[in-house]
Write a protein that binds this ligand. Structure first.
Ligand SMILES: *Cc1c(COP(=O)(O)O)cnc(C)c1O
Length: 375
C-alpha cells in the first residue's frame, strides 16, 4: 500500500534503520554530539536565530509558542482546523483571542490582517499557518508578517510550518517563531516538534511561561546540547538521518524544487481529468481536490489500487481528498497515484480511461524539471 496521506508520511529506510540502533542514554557525551550535529543542520533548514526541539507533537509546539510569546491578545487566522486550534490554545490559557475566519479554501489577506491589528491595539502576537493542512491552503505569511511588523515590530509572528518546513524555503525575516513537526514534511514517526526562534522571540520569552513547555528552560539547556527533560533520543537520531538522507538525495534546494514541480504536475494531471483543485492558493505540501465523489474515489484508491490518501475533516468530510507531496517522493510514485485516480473515475463511470493523468503528469513534471536545469 502506498502511503500518500499528508501526515504521517513514509519514513525512508535509512531513517528506520538509524532508529533501530540500541537506545542511548540522553545525558551522555555520545548523545550530546548527535544533538549538536542535528541542531547545526536544523539551523540551516530553519535559518532562524535559535532552535528548540521538544518531545511533543506539533500541537505542543503551537501551545508553547502561544504561551511563551503572547501575554495579552492573540490574533489568529482560522482558514481551517489548525488555524482554529491556535485560538483555542489562547483561550485555554486565559489569553484574549481575535480571530479572522474564512472558509477552508480562502487565504487571509494582508489588508484584513493589517485592519485587525490596527483595530485591536492589545494584540501582541499573530498566529498563522504557512500551509493550512485542513484544505491544503497556502497563506501569504511572509507578506502578512512584513506588514504587521511595519505597524508594530513588537508583535510576535508565530508561523506554523508543520506542513511547510522541509517543503519550501521560507523567508523568516519577519517571522519570530517557525514551527515544524516530525511526522509531516520531516518524514519521521510522530513525537518530535521543533521551534525556530528569532532573537526578538528569545528576548520575549524572558523567564518563560508554564513548566514542561517553558521555553526559557529549554533555550538554556539546548544551547548546551542537552534538554531540560528526557530528550526524544530515537526521534532525534532519526532526524539526523533524515537530514543526511536529504543531502544524499541532492540537498534541500533540490528537494524544494522537486516538490514544487511534483505538486504542480499533480494538480495539472488531476485538472486534466476534469477535477477541481479546492484551495484558492494551493500549498506545495499536498494536492487537494473537492469532488462530489471524493469519498468513493478515496475508498476505491485504497481497496482497488493500493493507494492510501486522506479525506477531509469536519464539514469537508467526504467532500475533499488530499494527496501528500511532502518528503522524498519519486515522480513514478506520483504517476501511480494520479493513474489510480483516473482508474477510479473510470470505475465510477465518470470518464473513459485513456492514460491522460499519467501523460499530463509526465509532460508537466519533466518540463518543469528540465527548465530548471537549463537555468
Ligand atoms: C498536523 C498539523 C498540526 C498538528 O500537529 P500534531 O502533530 O497532530 O499535534 C498542526 N498544524 C498543521 C498545519 C498540521 O498539519
Amino acid at each position: 500500500m502506498l502511503l500518500f496521506t499528508p501526515g504521517p508520511t513514509p519514513v525512508p529506510e535509512s531513517v528506520r534503520l538509524a532508529m533501530a540502533t540500541p537506545t542511548l542514554h540522553h545525558r551522555t557525551p555520545e548523545f550530546e554530539e548527535i544533538f549538536k550535529e542535528t541542531r547545526e543542520q536544523l539551523f540551516k533548514l530553519f535559518t532562524t536565530d535559535e532552535i528548540i526541539m521538544l518531545a511533543s507533537t506539533g500541537t505542543g509546539a503551537m501551545e508553547s509558542a502561544v504561551t511563551n510569546l503572547c501575554h495579552d491578545t492573540l490574533l489568529s487566522i482560522n482558514s481551517g482546523k489548525f488555524g482554529e486550534r491556535f485560538g483555542k490554545i489562547a483561550l485555554a490559557h486565559g489569553l484574549k483571542n481575535v480571530e479572522i475566519k474564512h472558509e477552508w479554501d480562502t487565504p487571509a489577506t494582508v489588508e484584513e490582517v493589517v485592519d485587525a491589528v490596527k483595530a485591536n491595539p492589545s494584540v501582541d502576537a499573530l498566529a498563522i499557518q504557512i500551509s493550512e493542512s485542513a484544505g491544503g491552503l497556502r497563506h501569504p505569511v511572509e507578506e502578512i508578517a512584513k506588514a504587521v511588523k511595519e505597524i508594530n515590530s513588537d508583535i510576535m509572528i508565530i508561523a506554523d510550518g508543520i506542513t511547510a518546513v522541509g517543503v519550501e524555503r521560507i523567508d523568516v525575516t519577519h517571522i519570530d517563531c517557525l514551527i515544524a513537526g516530525s511526522q509531516k514534511a520531516l518524514m519521521l514517526p510522530p513525537g518530535l516538534a521543533i521551534l525556530g526562534l528569532s532573537n526578538k522571540a528569545v528576548e520575549r520569552v524572558g523567564a518563560g511561561e508554564g513548566y514542561y513547555f517553558n521555553l526559557a528552560s529549554e533555550i538554556k539547556k539546548q544551547r548546551q546540547n542537552t534538554t531540560a527533560y528526557t530528550a526524544a533520543t530515537t526521534l532525534i537520531i532519526g532526524l539526523r538521518a533524515v537530514l543526511q538522507e536529504i543531502e544524499v538525495n541532492g540537498g534541500i534546494e533540490k528537494l524544494f524544487s522537486d516538490t514544487s514541480s511534483r505538486a504542480k504536475a499533480t494538480r495539472f494531471a488531476l485538472e486534466a481529468l476534469g477535477l477541481h483543485s479546492y484551495p484558492q492558493t494551493p500549498a506545495r505540501s499536498m494536492t487537494t481536490i473537492d469532488d462530489e465523489n471524493a469519498k468513493e474515489i478515496r475508498d476505491l484508491l485504497k481497496t482497488d489500487f493500493g493507494v492510501n490518501i486522506a479525506g477531509g475533516q469536519d464539514h469537508l468530510k467526504g467532500k475533499i481528498f488530499r494527496i501528500n507531496q511532502m518528503g522524498l517522493i519519486e515522480p513514478y510514485e506520483m504517476v501511480a497515484v494520479v493513474t489510480a485516480v483516473e482508474l477510479a473515475l473510470a470505475k465510477l463511470g465518470r470518464r473513459d480511461f485513456d492514460g491522460t493523468a499519467s501523460r499530463v503528469f509526465h509532460e508537466e513534471y519533466f518540463k518543469l524539471v528540465l527548465n530548471k536545469e537549463d537555468k
